[in-house]
Design a protein around this ligand. Structure first.
Ligand SMILES: N[C@@H](CCC(=O)N[C@@H](CS)C(=O)NCC(=O)O)C(=O)O
Length: 204
């Protein structure tokens, strides 16, 4: 392998997409390895934790866990703070995005429609507004990004997560569920409009 390779499902979503976007924003020439759902069961036991994304760097063992991948890309390419405490503040928000996904993901696996509706409506009425309130409090007054004028990997992670809700694909969760949080929306819009992000989606 002569260049970094990012392995994930062939879908512009979630943890894999945020790593692809980070690599692209960083200007890294990487292999965008997309795995078919039908090929995943065979690949799964070969990955570090039975999950994707996985980043392979030349000369290194495979690296999994989206936040580890993002912070590595960020540190290597100036998209994560050098200051250790400031970096930890970014990592806390990145982990908080994982908390959000951990609350919503179980509802993806509910087969019974009525049960799924009840679980999603409960999230929309309780956990999600509370998540938004705490996340909003972490964002500074000066935008547009989490830490001001410069984009970091934390912003990309927030963007991909918020976009999931705004897209309206989660039945029974209003696409407007985070509309009451102007700083979160400011980050979402600023990442969406970032020239490198626009360039990625012009090509994909
Ligand atoms: N904590 C891990 C979670 C990884 C994860 O659950 N990835 C999902 C896709 S977003 C996956 O691999 N699903 C298939 C499976 O678990 O078999 C991370 O942040 O990377």
């Amino acid at each position: 392998m002569s260049k970094p390779r990012l392995t994930y499902f062939d879908a512009p979503v979630s943890r894999g997409e945020e790593c692809r976007l980070a690599l692209h924003v960083a200007g890294v020439d990487f292999e965008d390895h997309r795995v078919k759902r039908s090929d995943w069961p065979a690949l799964k036991p070969t990955t570090p934790f039975g999950s994707m994304p996985v980043l392979d760097m030349p000369g290194q063992p495979p690296l999994a866990q989206s936040n580890a991948i993002l912070t590595l890309i960020g540190r290597l390419h100036g998209l994560h703070p050098k200051d250790l405490f400031e970096a930890a503040r970014h990592e806390a928000v990145m982990q908080y995005v994982e908390d959000l996904r951990a609350h919503v993901a179980p509802t993806l696996r509910i087969a019974d429609e009525a049960e799924k509706k009840a679980a999603r409506e409960q999230l929309a009425a309780t956990y999600l507004p509370t998540w938004g309130k705490y996340a909003e409090q972490q964002l500074g007054q000066d935008g547009p990004f989490f830490a001001g004028p410069l984009l970091h990997v934390v912003d990309i992670k927030l963007y991909v997560a918020l976009r999931w809700f705004k897209s309206g694909v989660l039945d029974h969760i209003p696409a407007s569920v985070f509309n009451a949080f102007p700083r979160l929306n400011r980050v979402h819009d600023a990442v969406r409009d970032h020239a490198r992000i626009q360039a990625w989606y012009a090509a994909h």
